[in-house]
Design a protein around this ligand. Structure first.
Ligand code: PLP
Length: 416
């Protein structure tokens, strides 16, 4: 494995050391070393995160918030400490703005359900883009069907960028929310969210950012971005599955009704009436995912220790290297050529179905994702049924990309 030590004002980036932190990267698949390029679907976990889960269940496990005994106090503190870490990581103004959810999908459903109940009326409009993940389409559609809300979709170019002028034209007096993906999971496009937010705020329209593919690659500062909502999933940022975050501006969250009812989200319950808890608990009904929330804090400590800027630089180098190598293969066409891209490389190969590509590469030890990536409208836009997608993370190397490219060359030869 190569050893990349970069030190140009950024923290030293030692890929070999990083790889040694991830136990799963050392397994063999079909007798070959694993090259894991399915990071946009989920990332692998460093040992510190795995250890934190074991530590929680071995020495801290208790339900939080309502207990006075030792373990409950310890677990409550660890859970709330994790919220503070997340607040700092995305530079929110207050812990009250950090709601633990199951993940990005859950966060979007929370806002869709709550916003619809509290803020939307017949005839209102919501703007999304043509490159949304299904989880930023379907929750809005469900509401649109119930409440006679119109969903408007910003078109995308052949390069996989939004048509900004069309977006601006769509904004009107009926627009109540703009919900866009920060980084596309199937095209890699980094959307111009700063400009989108500015245009929306000129009309006092709140903006929801789906940050599922942004949080692990870019420096996210919700105050600088001035987004109104931001969602991400723990499992895509080297944390556990089943835990995620919804950030919302305190004022807006206070204006929204609760999404789910149950324990912990109440202040006083009688059979006649219930009053609700303050933020963030108003949106955390029932026993939360305590262990995974705590381990997400550990994942955030882990990547903060390396530094997002250093990670981002490493991943950009990988993307550039892979793009150059893969574009050199005549039979391969890259889908998604935006000027600003994150480390996602989607492609199709002439006359070979992506599933065959994925299966063939698996026998070389290479894990990529094939299919529509939960973005069927993107596939329709490019008139393809599916793509093959390699997505890079902090622990990937150029040598692994060479294995991918050599696998692609072999399959092209075989299918000839
Ligand atoms: N949005 C984007 C852009 C994604 O890539 C994903 C997952 O791949 C999601 C939303 C949904 O995330 P989750 O399944 O973790 O809720």
């Amino acid at each position: 494995m190569n050893k990349v030590i970069v030190n140009s004002g950024l923290k030293a980036f030692d890929v070999e050391k990083i790889r040694s932190d991830f136990p799963i990267l050392h397994i063999k698949v079909h007798g070959k070393p694993l090259c894991y390029f399915d990071n946009a679907a989920t990332t692998q976990k460093p040992k510190v995160v795995i250890d934190k889960l074991v530590e929680f269940y071995s020495s801290m496990n208790a339900n939080i918030h309502r207990g006075v005994h030792y373990l409950s106090v310890v677990s409550t503190k660890a859970y709330e400490d994790s919220r503070v870490k997340i607040k700092k990581f995305i530079n929110a103004s207050s812990e009250k703005e950090i709601i633990f959810t199951k993940g990005t999908t859950d966060s979007i459903n929370l806002v869709a359900g709550s916003f619809a109940r509290g803020k939307l009326r017949d005839g209102d409009e919501i703007i999304i883009t043509g490159m949304e993940h299904h989880s930023n389409i379907v929750p809005w559609q469900l509401i649109a069907n119930e409440k006679n809300i119109k969903l408007r979709v910003v078109p995308i170019t052949d390069n996989g960028e939004i048509v900004f002028e069309e977006f601006v034209k769509m904004i009107n007096g009926k627009t109540k929310l703009i919900s866009v993906v920060y980084v596309s999971n199937s095209l890699g496009t980094v959307n111009p969210v700063e400009e989108i937010i500015e245009a929306a705020h000129n009309h006092n329209i709140p903006v929801f950012l789906d940050g599922a593919q942004a949080i692990q690659h870019l420096n996210v500062d919700v105050r600088k971005l001035d987004c109104d909502f931001f969602a991400f999933s723990g499992h895509k940022i080297y944390g556990p599955t089943g835990i995620g975050v919804l950030y919302g501006k305190e004022k807006l969250l206070n204006e929204l009704p609760p999404y789910q009812g149950g324990g912990d989200m109440i202040s006083k319950v009688t059979f006649e009436e219930t009053t609700f808890n303050t933020l963030p608990y108003k949106f955390e009904a029932g026993t939360p995912n305590i262990a995974d929330a705590i381990a997400l804090g550990t994942a955030i400590d882990y990547i903060s220790g390396i530094g997002i800027d250093a990670i981002s630089k490493h991943e950009s180098e990988l993307l550039e290297y892979a793009t150059e190598k893969i574009s050199g293969l005549e039979e391969v066409k890259i889908i998604g050529n935006a000027k600003r891209k994150s480390s996602v490389l989607s492609f199709v190969i002439e006359n070979i179905h992506p599933h065959d590509v994925g299966t063939f590469l698996d026998f070389e030890g290479v894990a990529i994702r094939t299919g529509h990536h939960c973005t069927q409208p993107v596939m329709d836009r490019f008139h393809i049924p599916a793509t093959s997608r390699a997505s890079f993370a902090l622990y990937n190397t150029k040598e692994e990309i060479d294995v991918l490219v050599s696998g692609l060359k072999k399959i092209i030869e075989v299918f000839k």
